[in-house]
Structure formats: C-alpha cells, structure tokens
Design a protein around this ligand. Structure first.
Ligand SMILES: CC(C)(COP(=O)(O)OP(=O)(O)OC[C@H]1O[C@@H](n2cnc3c(N)ncnc32)[C@H](O)[C@@H]1OP(=O)(O)O)[C@@H](O)C(=O)NCCC(=O)NCCSC(=O)C[C@H](O)C(=O)O
Ligand SMILES: [Mg+2]
Length: 296
C-alpha cells in the first residue's frame, strides 16, 4: 500500500485587514495560511481586507505553504464579493464558514465550476454550527464528490460554543462527541480535518496539552492564531523518531520470508498485524513529506 500525504500540521489564521501579518506570513515555517475575511475582520474593513488578500495572493511569495482564503458566511452581504475576489486571487483553497449542509458547499462549488480561473481551487469547510454537527456525515461525503472538491474540515470550536452554549473549557470534554463525529465524517469522506484554535496564545503549556489531545483524536493538524504556536504544533503533529523506527521495524519484519504467510506476529511482547504495518507506512509517508516540505 502506498500513501501520498500533504503536511497540514499547522494552519495559521491572519486577518486580511492586517497587511503586516500577510507579509510576515511569507517568512513563517507553517504548512497552511488562512487569510481571513470573516470573524477576524471588522465590517468596516471587509472591502480593504478583500483587496489586500487579492493583491497578496496574486503577488505570490508564499512558497510551499498552502494558501487558503476564508470568505464570509454565505448568508452575509459580503459572501458574493468575497467569493468573486477569492476566485480571482487563485488560492489553493477557499474556506467556507458556517457550513450547515452539503447544499452550502454545492452552491460554492457551482460558482467555482463556472470559471476557468477556479480550476484547481479546492474547498475547505468550517464545522462550527449545530446543524453541521447533525449533518457531519453528509457534509464529509462531499469529499467523495469530484464536483464539490472538498478536501478539508476545520473545527470552529468558538462558534460551536457560541451556538450550542456548551462551554469551551480545558480538556474540551463536552465538545468531544462533536469533535470525534467530525473526525469520523472526515475519514469516511476521505478528507483531512484540522482541530480548532487555542485562544490563550500566551499559554504554551495549555496549548501543548490541547495539541496532544488533537493528535490522540486523529486530527491531521491544528488551526493557529499566533506565530508563537507554530513550533509546538509541528512537534506534536509530526511523527516522533520512535514512531518512525517502530514503523520501519514492523514493516521489515513482515518482509521476512518466515512471516510471508502470517497476518499477525509478535514484536517486543505485542501482537502486531498487517494493519499496524499499514499504519506505520502512513507515518513514514508523513515523515518523508514533512522532510521534503522543509527542504523546499
Ligand atoms: C491575537 C492577535 C490580535 C495578537 O496580535 P498582536 O498583539 O499584534 O501580537 P504580537 O505583538 O505578539 O505579534 C508579534 C508578531 O507576530 C505577528 N503576528 C501576530 N499574529 C499573527 C498572525 N496571526 N499571522 C501572522 N503574523 C502574526 C505580528 O504582526 C508581529 O510581527 P512583527 O511586526 O514582525 O513583530 C493576532 O495574533 C491575530 O490577529 N491573530 C489572528 C486572529 C484571527 O485571525 N482570528 C480569526 C480566526 S480564529 C476563528 O475564527 C476560529 C473559528 O472560526 C471558531 O469559530 O473557533
Ligand atoms: Mg468560527
């Protein structure tokens, strides 16, 4: 089995209205950039932010970083112009906030399908409304629909807390059913999923704990709000040396002639099946992709 993998360990949001941040992003060691037109931008600054994002993305200079534009929600007065501007700018993906149903993504995909300029632009979906939690499987299934081009879920835990009135506390116990439902929906749809932001960006200890939780849940990476969160995020979401060594060891063991007809073997006192070897190959592919990404 072969794995292709695109590192999405970190996705840093920045307000489209903040020209300094848009420029600084070109120097940051981050996998993805989310240039925001939505919640980080005040209503009076929406037009300026839109212009600045178009000019920044069209101007390039972001190298290997995946560039994503977050537009305003589809039921706002800005969505239409945001979408036109995003298509013109030509980012790697457009992030649609407040998605409730597959129809929301189909509507945006329809706009993308109308123009040559949008060939290759993917869709990302914010999972942050009560309806999205109830429709997660159907929204995730858009990942299997080539016309919709959905490639990633992004958890919006702040909006989820606001809309459901559940509290966003350390440990996120009450959010766990929604987070794990979205992980399952993303996997069923064959797409990636990024964890929500950690608001207290000066609390790096708390951030480490939440990154570790995201890794445990099966998230592919985490969304960030400040450059100081990047390093710890990469450390958490990159396979460790021990994981890679273990992956190589069990794959080598299954290659041995004496194990050719075995589905399960014993390694260091543990049962290891071929599915574990496959999981190991994924770790190796991730590590290789990260190494290639850092060299670029
Ligand atoms: C939170 C901030 C407003 C803090 O800004 P500031 O006080 O300016 O921070 P610093 O002085 O510590 O900044 C140091 C340098 O780093 C640059 N910087 C800071 N943040 C960013 C960033 N996000 N991207 C790029 N560069 C950044 C500063 O320019 C300084 O650089 P230099 O001039 O060289 O010294 C700010 O961090 C910020 O605006 N963060 C992003 C906020 C945001 O985008 N929020 C919306 C997304 S979160 C969300 O909506 C989640 C979801 O939808 C949900 O529902 O949960
Ligand atoms: Mg939100």
């Amino acid at each position: 089995m072969t794995h292709s993998y695109k590192p999405r360990r970190s996705a840093l949001y920045m307000p489209g209205s903040n020209a300094r941040a848009l420029e600084k992003a070109k120097t940051l060691d981050v996998d993805c950039l989310i240039l925001d037109l939505e919640d980080a931008v005040a209503p009076d600054s929406k037009a300026t932010a839109r212009d600045q994002i178009v000019s920044a993305v069209s101007g390039g200079g972001y190298g290997e970083r995946e560039v994503v534009i977050r537009i305003n929600a589809l039921d706002t007065p800005w969505a239409n112009e945001d979408l036109a501007a995003a298509i013109k700018a030509g980012p790697d993906a457009i992030l649609v906030p407040k998605v409730n149903t597959p129809a929301d993504l189909q509507q945006v995909a329809h706009r993308l399908a109308l123009g040559q300029a949008s060939v290759g632009i993917k869709l990302w979906a914010m999972m942050e409304t009560p309806l999205a939690m109830l429709n997660a499987a159907a929204i995730g299934a858009c990942g299997r629909d080539p016309e919709v081009r959905l490639s990633c879920f992004v958890m919006g835990t702040n909006d989820l807390a606001k809309e459901t009135r559940a509290q966003l506390n350390p440990g996120r116990a009450v959010m766990m059913p929604w987070l794990m439902t979205c992980v399952a929906a993303a996997r069923a749809g064959g797409i990636d999923i990024l964890d929500g932001v950690y608001n207290a960006f000066n609390d790096l200890e708390g951030f480490d704990v939440e990154c570790a939780q995201g890794v445990e849940m099966g998230m592919d990476g985490k969304t960030l709000i400040h450059p100081k969160q990047i390093e710890a995020c990469h450390a958490a979401f990159s396979p460790s040396e021990e994981e890679i060594a273990w992956a190589r060891k069990i794959n080598d063991l299954f290659e041995l002639p004496e194990n050719a007809n075995k589905g399960a073997i014993q390694v260091d006192g543990k049962m290891v099946e071929r599915l574990h070897a496959d999981m190991g190959l994924r770790f190796i592919a991730i590590a290789d992709a990260i190494a290639a990404h850092s060299k670029a």
